[in-house]
Write a protein that binds this ligand. Structure first.
Ligand SMILES: O=C(O)c1cccc(C(=O)CC[C@H]2O[C@@H](n3cnc4c(=O)[nH]cnc43)[C@H](O)[C@@H]2O)c1
Length: 250
């Protein structure tokens, strides 16, 4: 057989194998779920993200690529920034730190939020707080409280399930804490969680809320906060959460 013909045949063979491998890879990529982690601040990420105006990053968690959105603290910045990108994802994880009312939950624990409420949407009637959903302004098709995550029981049972409330101010005085506890009897408090629940439930996007406890909800004592421990434990738990998302149908 002429040498030139043989070389030509070899090249064709290699190109065929290469295009097959590319096709397999492309297929794997295109069937991979697109996961977005939403965190309020860079303080809740244990590695450095580039400075500047950028708020969306791609990272690898145990070889699974996920995007990280730094949404800003509080419900409004979180939902404004989330709704700009949410259509590109199959699953949204609201992750971060949280304060705990429940002293049985050790600082640093990672918890899954099974229910959350926008707990300061209401009317203060001479010291008597009434939630919006208890007034004429309630919209039963879009409730603002007792929002339930339908996906939570698919996740690893090692993370306790908790009830949350979401507020625009970190609670730090006894009177406020007592009245919130009396009204809601919640386990944890955050500034974003119920907003992400509300958005995802109304947009029909699968989601989970995962938080690590950085502090107890008590009269303000910043020295007692364990932010570093909570952030470390949160990120140790995230690969397991992401694996569950990849392996399950939602
Ligand atoms: O002072 C710091 O270094 C620091 C680092 C990270 C976060 C903070 C905050 O001020 C907390 C707001 C942020 O964290 C969530 N979070 C944590 N604990 C609570 C709480 O007791 N009540 C409400 N929110 C809490 C919250 O979701 C915010 O995103 C300070």
């Amino acid at each position: 057989m002429p040498r030139l013909f043989l070389i030509n045949l070899q090249i064709k063979f290699h190109l065929t194998i290469l295009s097959y491998l590319c096709l397999v890879n492309f297929k794997e990529l295109s069937t991979q779920k697109r996961i977005l982690l939403v965190l309020a601040s860079k303080n809740e990420v244990p590695f450095s993200l580039s400075d500047g105006a950028q708020s969306l990053y791609t990272i690898s968690l145990n070889d699974i690529y996920v995007d990280v959105l730094i949404s800003g603290i509080g419900a409004v910045p979180t939902i404004f920034n989330l709704c700009n990108v949410a259509n590109n994802y199959d699953f949204i994880v609201n992750a971060g730190i949280a304060g705990s009312y429940n002293l049985d939950i050790p600082l640093g624990s990672v918890v899954l939020v099974s229910q959350d409420s926008l707990a300061d949407y209401g009317i203060d009637s001479n010291g008597n707080y009434v939630h919006i959903d208890e007034t004429q302004f309630s919209n039963p098709s879009q409730p603002l409280r007792y929002l339930t995550c339908p996906y939570v029981n698919r996740f690893n049972k090692v993370f306790p399930e908790v009830y949350g409330i979401t507020l625009s101010t970190v609670s730090g005085s006894l009177e406020r804490i007592r009245s919130l506890q009396e009204k809601w009897n919640a386990d944890i408090e955050t500034m974003e969680s119920a907003a992400v629940f509300y958005y995802c439930l109304n947009r029909n996007i699968p989601f989970i809320g995962v938080r690590a406890i950085s502090n107890y909800v008590e009269t303000r004592n910043r020295n007692a906060w364990k932010v570093e421990l909570a952030v470390k434990n949160l990120w140790n738990a995230l690969p397991d959460i992401v694996n569950t998302i990849i392996l399950n149908d939602f």
